[in-house]
Design a protein around this ligand. Sequence first.
Ligand SMILES: Cc1cc2nc3c(=O)[nH]c(=O)nc-3n(C[C@H](O)[C@H](O)[C@H](O)COP(=O)(O)O)c2cc1C
Length: 368
Amino acid sequence: MSLSRRKTLTLIGGGTVLAASAAGAGFMATRTPYVAQAPWGAAGTYEDPRLNALSFALLAPNPHNLQPWQVALEGDDGVALFHDQTRRLPETDPFDRQITIGLGCFLEQMVLAAGAAGYQVTLELYPEEPDGPVARARFAQGGSADPLSAHILDRRSCKAPFADQPLTPAQANELELYADIYTDGGTVGALKTLTWEAWQVEAHTPRTLRESVDLMRFGKAEINASPDGIDLGGPVLEALMLAGVLTREGQLEPDSEGFKQGVAIYNEMLAATPAYAAIVTQTNTRADQIEAGRRWLRLNLKTTAMGLALHPVSQCLQEFPEMERHKQSAHRLLAQRGQTVQMLGRLGYGPDVAPTPRWPLEAKRLDA
Ligand SMILES: Cc1cc2nc3c(=O)[nH]c(=O)nc-3n(C[C@H](O)[C@H](O)[C@H](O)COP(=O)(O)O)c2cc1C
């Protein structure tokens, strides 16, 4: 069975799906998981300024789209953010480092959305360590709009091959205000090799592979019923599901046709990368991880504003024993001794991709 790799983005290992279809726009429309995408339309439709900001915050990037947040309104002006402890990645993120980065992305998006609506937010991180909220926020009138907030609804993690078009030095300089940017052939080549090898380690370690496969949602009905995890949808993939090529069992079996196609697609995608961005911190505290998430979100909004695509590639930063060698290589390439590389992403010109699923705000409120 031949599958146009150009038309399909990711089968396994973290990702969304697909662009155009040989089957035509009509079938495409019928396979779109509108229910799962509805929170993108609901953002900004709430009266309470806190709910309004939260309705944008939940569109933030986060690992495996687990959406590990829970929120509660407190008093007239407060919000508490909690980590939903049922939403973890124990195999690939045993210390919740990436999950915490996702919560940092959420907080930054909340602050930006509040500012755009004329509210300023004061944040207190981990006010009741160790088991309490991740943050308490207070909203007060008087905020102003950061230009980045205009790009919240267009931001994506672009899981697709990028065009063979380099960034200009001026673009790289502008983005250096947000992250470390790598465009030189030597480092880009080394990172391509590293990200591909690390991806294979995760895909060929049975327990880490299973963690991803357990989070896969196969087709529109599953995606709408559980709007989180790794959404495999759209006409081409659903045709492969109907043909029995793309199955949950097959994704666990490296010898299956569906698995091999996923490997080929990911290989091609990772290779099609003209530049990288990295976020590095001096230490590796929870506050550092939250700050790394806030910086990543700002970078992702800035790349959106500049017409560039960004895609996290986290495998080589993960903290499980089989990955240790690759984690060390990433740190040798991207950090000074003692620093932590919190995020690594592909950077370049990518296609438009659809918004990913989200649980609605109502499903994430502890107080309602
Ligand atoms: C800390 C962190 C790590 C991530 N790592 C990966 C990754 O390794 N591979 C990948 O395809 N996406 C990765 N993502 C992107 C998420 O899969 C993505 O944010 C999520 O599916 C929601 O999609 P969106 O960002 O397009 O809204 C990561 C995101 C975060 C915040």
